[in-house]
Design a binder for this molecule. Structure first.
Ligand code: P1T
Length: 383
């Protein structure tokens, strides 16, 4: 098997056989002509399969360590939440999901407000604590849901340890790998059963599309997920599939710069008088540092922090930067700043996943690091 950076450019992306085009074409077609009823090229209808989407799925599976040598595969979806919804379709009333106490607000909203309404039980635990995981598992637990690093507190969960607990309880381990990307962390190799992505983020990488994906090495599970993808229909169109595939080609080089810039930003903030606390697993005194060091190649591009001045100061700083745009989402080449309690995690208000009102989250982009530090410094001075 070739190396990661090479597979990002080549897996599923052979030249197009008719013309030799080196870029996978955008197959803008809903249907495919058949020679006789049922006699087709392998493609019959684009909800079921589309060649641009197939290329993306093969590439993503390969990056998560599933290729020709391993069974399983990938289903690409219309958004990260559509991928979450497909996991939800695996469950039935009475089943239980164990959730982390820090996770993307939309994931919490879907589980607590949509799946719960269909009779699926859920509870929350600190998944960074192996004893808390063991205590929270029930005979009905079907899914243990891990995000690592978590959104927005950048907590690090020991995937291999939680995989052992989940499997001993007969549960499936789902790992949301959006923040780390397969370049930094490959959960299937640590025991996860399903990896979930919002490809909207680092995989797409340019804040120009919304998408998601599930990857598994389990042949039965991928068959079931493919059935659900086709039956429920939350598929990405060919143009969106193309954008994510194009983004993936540069994932390795972008992630190097995201990680280096985020480390510079985290160190700068940790030494700043106006900053009370910095959350970044790359800092040696961060509680997640050792596990992150073991299970990740580097520490990612997300940094969160709290100011000594409280929520008003957080609002002033988040509206005071020029290069960091005040916006939801993450993982694009441009830097973003946001206040999760008022934006991405509003739906977690009043719940066990509520985030501190004065927390600021940064998605550190790939601009020149000195410009980013100067931008933050100016905003912190003004507060
Ligand atoms: O936005 P969508 O592509 O549907 O992905 C949902 C999702 C899933 N998992 C994680 C860890 C996420 O961060 C997200 C989306 N998050 C944001 C939009 C955000 O700003 O945090």
């Amino acid at each position: 098997m070739t190396r990661f950076d090479t597979r990002a450019i080549h897996a599923g992306q052979d030249p197009e056989p008719t013309t030799g085009a080196v870029v996978v074409p955008i197959y803008a077609t809903s249907t495919y002509a058949q020679a006789a009823p049922g006699e087709h090229s392998g493609y019959e209808y684009s909800r079921t399969d589309n060649p641009t989407r197939t290329a993306l799925q093969v590439a993503l599976a390969s990056l998560e360590g599933v290729d020709e040598d391993r069974e399983g595969g990938c289903v690409a979806t219309a958004s990260g939440m559509a991928a979450t919804a497909l996991v939800g379709y695996l469950l039935k009333p009475g089943d239980h999901i164990l959730m982390p106490d820090d996770a993307y607000g939309g994931t919490f909203r879907f589980i607590s407000q949509v799946l719960a309404g269909q009779g699926i039980e859920w509870t929350v635990a600190d998944l960074t604590d192996p004893d808390a995981v063991a205590a929270a598992l029930r005979p009905e637990t079907r899914v243990v849901w891990v995000e690592t690093p978590t959104n927005p507190l950048l907590r690090v969960v020991d995937i291999a340890a939680v995989a052992d607990s989940a499997h001993s309880a007969g549960a499936t381990l789902v790992v949301d790998n959006t923040f780390a990307t397969p370049y930094l962390q490959r959960p299937l190799s640590l025991g996860a059963d399903i990896v979930l992505h919002s490809t909207t983020k680092y995989l797409g990488g340019h804040s120009d599309t919304v998408g998601g994906a599930l990857v598994t090495a389990d042949p039965d599970l991928i068959e079931r997920l493919r059935f659900l993808q086709n039956a429920a229909g939350p598929v990405p169109g060919p143009f969106d599939s193309y954008l994510v595939l194009r983004g993936i080609k540069t994932l390795a080089v972008r992630m190097e710069r995201h990680c280096a810039n985020a480390m510079a930003v985290a160190e700068f903030l940790a030494g700043h008088d106006a900053v009370e606390q910095v959350y970044y697993p790359g800092l040696v005194d961060d509680p997640g540092h050792l596990v992150a060091h073991r299970q990740m190649e580097a520490f990612g591009g997300m940094v969160s922090f709290r100011l000594s001045g409280g929520p008003e100061a957080a609002i002033r700083v988040s509206t005071g930067t020029e290069l960091f745009f005040l916006a939801e989402s993450l993982g694009g080449v441009e830097s973003l700043i946001e206040v999760p309690a008022a934006m991405t995690h509003l739906s977690a208000a009043g719940s066990a996943l509520e985030v501190p009102a004065d927390l600021i989250r940064l998605s550190v982009g790939i601009e020149h690091p000195d410009d980013l530090l100067e931008d933050l410094d100016r905003a912190l001075r003004r507060m």
